[in-house]
Design a protein around this ligand. Structure first.
Ligand code: MD3
Ligand code: FE
Length: 204
């Protein structure tokens, strides 16, 4: 792995093309059971440009009342589908923690979608890492320090890339500035999927 900054490890091309296709096929089934929905900002209700879903025991949701993890899809009321085995294997290989992942957030970026600079602080366990896998079109990812004003660096995340955020990087500000349409033929439409595997609760 390449260490981008302390605690931020990058594996370009961690999934080969066949692995990317197998994961994309599994995700089509996950998204048939747990459709993408539009999260909204707490208080204002402003929609995000990214659409999301989840798999695993817990999923992340955001609506006018706040951000939270919950065991059911906010629109269907059904339990989230299980995590595909390839995701739990990726976690076992890369995350170096005895804790199992509890949530996999699925972000869908159509061309033009962005994600502003933010910290991931809705989990109750920051000692476990977050593992990200990218599929489809390349994204321009930006990561800084634990203060919003800290300098940032940019990285292009391409289909099949894995990124692990642990230790000092776990609470780093980060975001997605743009998607480069037409940079991958993996998906049946232009855009990008990002998967983030997370531990939500402390052990026990
Ligand atoms: C750095 N997702 O879902 S993945 C998110 O590409 C999120 O969809 C982006 O930020 C995406 O919250 C970035 C890389 C990533 C994920 C989690 C992190 C970087 C992170 C958590 C802490 C620090
Ligand atoms: Fe994030």
């Amino acid at each position: 792995a390449v260490e981008i900054m302390p605690g931020c490890h990058y594996w370009p091309g961690w999934l080969d093309r066949a692995g990317q296709e197998a994961l994309a096929d599994e995700l089509r089934e996950v998204l048939a059971a747990a459709p993408l929905f539009t999260p909204r900002m707490p208080r204002t209700g402003t929609p995000f440009s990214v659409r999301i879903s989840s798999c695993g025991p817990l999923g992340w949701v955001s609506d006018v009342t706040g951000y939270r993890y919950q065991p059911t899809h906010p629109e269907t009321g059904e339990a989230w589908p299980p995590m595909p085995a390839v995701l739990t294997r990726a976690w076992a290989e890369l995350a170096s923690t005895p804790l199992a992942p509890e949530a996999c957030l699925i972000n869908w970026y159509a061309p033009g979608a962005r994600m502003g600079l933010h910290q991931d602080r809705d989990e109750e366990e920051f000692s476990a890492p977050v593992l990200s896998l990218s599929l489809g079109d390349t994204a321009l990812f930006r990561i800084g320090g634990t203060a919003r004003k800290d300098p940032t660096r940019s990285l292009r995340l391409a289909s099949g890339d894995a990124l692990l955020l642990s230790g000092p990087a776990r609470l780093a500000f980060h975001g997605i500035d743009r998607i480069y349409p037409g940079t991958s033929t993996l998906l049946k439409q232009p855009g990008r999927i990002n998967l983030t595997l997370r531990r939500v609760h402390p052990a026990g």
